[in-house]
Design a protein around this ligand. Structure first.
Ligand SMILES: Nc1ncnc2c1ncn2[C@@H]1O[C@H](COP(=O)(O)OP(=O)(O)OP(=O)(O)O)[C@@H](O)[C@H]1O
Length: 520
């Protein structure tokens, strides 16, 4: 793409949404929303969870049809019935969850998105060109399974760029990236913007919005409540626009005595069932009562496998590989571990943590049935389950359209609040969470982080597996990093810096020799 072929239109802004309204049953997800996106601007779309951001961009990309309002492209009304209509205009979208085939190469994956019959060889040379021009290093012949999450995202971006877009929509693109990868992405976006391409950018990370976006439209409960230049705001003023009130500051864990070891992992190694998974190699650590251990790492380095081993979803080879409050549970399943007072909140909300077609009260049963008297004599106590769901909704400010909706109708961040809240209400003695605030807005993230700090202060042992280093530094007492299935030693958070953790995430410890003593 060259800057020369992008001409400013006298007809109107690149994209304009006028009075867009979208209902889901009784929920008004977008309420007469106006939005103007101009050529060459990086435009943030901000709002707390459930504010209507995803709904709006799905309408602009032709995935959803609005109930009312108009979309104008260069001043002319357009109807977007499918993504192909949006693409034909020059609108591209980079999704948060990538739809790539692991067993195919980069070039083969991209060819699938192009008109039939485009030779893979031609695609490969275009990929090389684009990746060189935009500073997006990508080898077209590599297989997707061998790539990091950052590299996978680059495929989506290159795929998008091959269609010569005038507007790129990005939904939380940095949530899965290391700080270094995020910096590279920002360079690319700024470069694209200089060439006239517009970017509509959804992010809950307000500091990065301040850094790269020149305009922001703020949504609250489906309505536009502000447009501003984020560079002239502080993260706090932006958050206030989103929420309509000040956000509570997370109070860092004060000095406190640690209790006895509550979770112990001893020489955990594993061979993944999934050939594309990561083998865990000789992982050992301890977490005491009162302690939050933050495990940093780029996705795909064994986090999922570690979570599954801790939760008992995949049993270890020896009972004493995992010990909870002195009980050797390495071979025990998740319910046996829950009965010992442990709780687990996985990264995947739909499928693993919650069932989309179940009501929230039924989702309470999913993890609570083993421990909470929700099932007696084979009969489900649905009244109690409903009361628990209502309690979680209230405490974690889960935004719902009706008192007990299906999990699948919640926005991503609201479902995450529900899942974390469901486990938290059981006051677990050992609590393991993966990406606890992924996709959660600043206000709700503060509530979740504070709740974890308070839980630890009351004597629980907490493990937070997270790619968000700000989060780890905000809440953890000690920090380790996982890379290529190996876990570094844990260090007190006060002795760590972003750079040190970044290096560990990059695997400086992974080449240290260790004995694989527990390979299953
Ligand atoms: N398919 C659906 N069925 C019912 N309600 C829905 C559906 N999709 C979205 N909603 C509701 O519409 C509202 C807006 O949701 P949307 O996903 O657009 O919010 P968001 O701003 O993108 O939130 P998040 O930051 O959590 O992703 C929410 O109340 C949500 O529950």
């Amino acid at each position: 793409m060259s800057g020369a072929d992008i001409t400013d239109s006298d007809d109107g802004p690149l994209l304009e949404a006028r009075g867009i309204t979208k209902h889901f049953g009784t929920v008004i997800a977008n309420d007469t929303v106006d939005l103007v996106v101009r050529e060459g601007e990086i435009h943030a779309l901000l709002g707390e969870n459930g504010a209507g951001k995803s709904t709006l961009v799905k309408i602009l990309y032709g995935i959803l049809e609005p109930n009312g309002g108009d979309v104008l492209w260069r001043g002319r009304p357009v109807r977007l019935r499918a993504p192909s209509d949006a693409q034909a205009l020059g609108i591209g979208m980079v999704f948060q969850h990538f739809s790539l085939f692991e067993a195919l190469t980069v070039a083969e994956n991209i060819a699938l998105a192009l008109p039939k019959g485009t030779p893979v060889r031609d695609v490969a040379s275009r990929v090389r060109e684009i990746s060189r021009d935009y500073g997006l290093p990508l080898d077209p012949n590599r297989h997707v399974y061998s790539l990091s999450v950052g590299e996978r995202q680059r495929i989506e971006i290159v795929r998008c760029l091959m269609q010569n877009p005038r507007l790129i929509i990005m939904d939380e693109p940095t949530a899965v990236l290391t700080p270094q990868e995020a910096d590279k992405l920002f360079d690319t976006l700024v470069r694209l913007a200089t060439e006239g391409c517009a970017i509509l950018y959804i992010s809950h990370r307000l500091e990065e919005v301040k850094r790269i976006c020149s305009t922001a439209t703020v949504l609250r409960r489906g309505k536009v409540v502000a447009t501003c230049d984020p560079g002239r705001e502080t993260a706090a003023t932006l958050a206030r626009m989103m929420v309509g009130a000040d956000i509570a500051e997370v109070k860092p864990p004060g000095k406190h005595e640690l209790g006895p070891v509550r979770l112990k992992v001893d020489r955990l190694s594993s061979t993944p069932e999934d050939p594309l998974g990561t083998a865990l190699r000789d992982i050992s650590f301890e977490v005491r009562g009162g302690e939050i251990l933050g495990i940093a790492g780029v996705a795909g380095n064994g986090q999922e496998e570690l979570f599954q081993a801790l939760a008992g979803i995949v049993p270890a080879s020896r009972p004493d590989t995992v010990t909870i409050d002195g009980n050797a549970v390495g071979r025990a399943d998740i319910n046996a571990r829950r009965k010992l007072g442990a709780a687990f909140a996985p990264e995947e909300r739909i499928g693993e943590a919650a069932v989309a077609r179940f009501k929230l009260s039924d989702n309470v049963l999913l993890s609570g049935h083993a421990t909470e008297h929700l099932v007696g004599n084979g009969i489900i106590n649905s009244r109690t389950a409903k009361a628990y769901a209502a309690e979680i909704i209230q405490r974690f400010d889960v935004r719902v359209g009706s008192p007990d909706p299906e999990a699948g109708s919640l926005s991503g961040g609201n479902l995450q609040k529900f899942v974390v809240g469901r486990e938290m209400r059981r006051d677990p003695g050992v609590f393991v969470l993966s990406q606890p605030t992924w996709g959660v807005d600043a206000g709700a993230a503060a509530v979740i982080r504070q709740a974890l700090i308070d839980l630890a202060a009351a004597g629980s042992a907490v493990v937070v597996i997270s790619q968000d280093l700000d989060e780890i530094f905000q809440i953890a007492d000690s920090i380790a990093a996982i890379s290529h299935g190996r876990l570094s030693a844990a260090h007190p958070a006060r002795d760590m810096s972003m750079e040190k953790v970044g290096l560990l995430m990059g695997g400086v410890h992974a080449s240290e020799p260790t004995e694989d003593s527990d390979a299953a």
